[in-house]
Design a protein around this ligand. Structure first.
Ligand code: GLN
Length: 307
């Protein structure tokens, strides 16, 4: 298949829609991002990369980081992790408080904010401190991306902390239900620092290869997690990766994926490749509007889907 030609066709076809959607302005440091940007990359198992557009532009990975923290927590705690969080779709916005109250402080899944904050809390327990948990997650991301230049934009993390009242409320609510072990403020700070890691689509499409290959990096042969765990993560991405638009994404794209409000989406094509797209205009549910469109076009043109 001529992947480069397909990516170029997609880039052409999405142009008229680039002015649509809305950048994530609830995080002031992200509000100034130029909306008319588009990058799309795919990386195959032998490391071959195909890219178009702004594929070198670094952006805030935001909720895409939840896949990486979930990976580590599942590796360390195994099925015990599900005592703290579930693995069912929420059907609610990513930062909803209502369901968390009804369900006694146990988040539906690791990809809504409450779930990811809870996973961060588990990692702080495992590593023994917030600092170490942050540093080890960053190290893991650098390892899977095979790129030691990756860093956090501390200004974005701080900006989110300054306006993160709702996330703090989620953490406090879990604490009140005794489903959070550490200081809510510190846990949320650590979570924001992971969300504010900056990557581009080339790096991200490379980083998710371990999920396409049963937990093993096909290029370096490093085994990060078991095949069973990789399968579980892909399943949760398929059912919960796009919040209340997860069903829609499965319907239109048919591949496990995870979005972030920075405008990025990662997608796993099992046994074949990693894909990442970047387009900062978001739809109502906080997922990249043009990114979703581009992935749907990709699935149509290539016939790649898990179904
Ligand atoms: N850091 C963001 C938040 O907590 C992540 C949300 C997202 O990317 N959907 O609100």
């Amino acid at each position: 298949m001529d992947y480069q030609a397909i990516l170029e066709e997609i880039q052409e076809e999405i142009q008229p829609f680039l002015s649509q959607g809305k950048v994530a302005d609830y995080i002031p440091a992200l509000a100034k991002i130029k909306k008319e940007q588009f990058g799309l990359s795919l990386t195959l198992f032998d490391g071959t990369n195909y890219s178009v557009g702004a594929s070198d532009t670094l952006f805030s990975i935001q909720s895409i980081s939840k896949v990486f923290t979930f990976t580590l927590a599942l590796k360390f705690f195994g099925p015990n992790l599900y005592k703290r969080i579930g693995h069912e779709p929420s059907g609610n916005p990513f930062n909803s408080l209502v369901q968390l109250e009804y369900e006694h402080g146990k988040p539906r899944n690791p990809f809504i904010n409450a779930g990811a904050i809870n996973v961060t809390d588990a990692l702080i327990n495992y590593y023994g401190s917030e600092e170490l948990a942050y540093a080890e997650v960053l190290e893991f991301i650098r390892s899977i991306a095979d790129d030691s230049s990756i860093v956090t934009d501390e200004l974005v993390a701080q900006s989110e902390m300054d306006h993160g009242h709702r996330n703090l409320a989620l953490a406090n609510l879990m604490k009140s239900f005794k489903n959070l072990d550490n200081c809510p403020q510190r846990v949320v700070e650590t979570y924001f620092r992971h969300c504010a890691v900056e990557m581009n689509t080339k790096m991200l499409s490379r980083a998710v290869l371990y999920l396409a290959n049963h937990g093993e990096d096909p290029i370096t042969n490093k085994i990060y997690i078991s095949a069973q765990q990789a399968k579980r993560i892909n399943a949760v991405m398929l059912t919960c990766g796009h919040y209340d638009a997860s069903g829609d994404f499965a319907f239109h794209v048919g591949l496990p994926g995870k979005s972030g409000v920075g405008g990025g989406i990662i997608v796993v094509v099992p046994k074949k490749m990693g894909i990442a797209v970047f387009a900062p205009g978001l739809n109502e549910q906080g997922n990249s509007l043009v990114g979703t469109m581009a992935l749907e076009l990709f699935a149509q043109k290539t016939g790649l889907s898990i179904f």
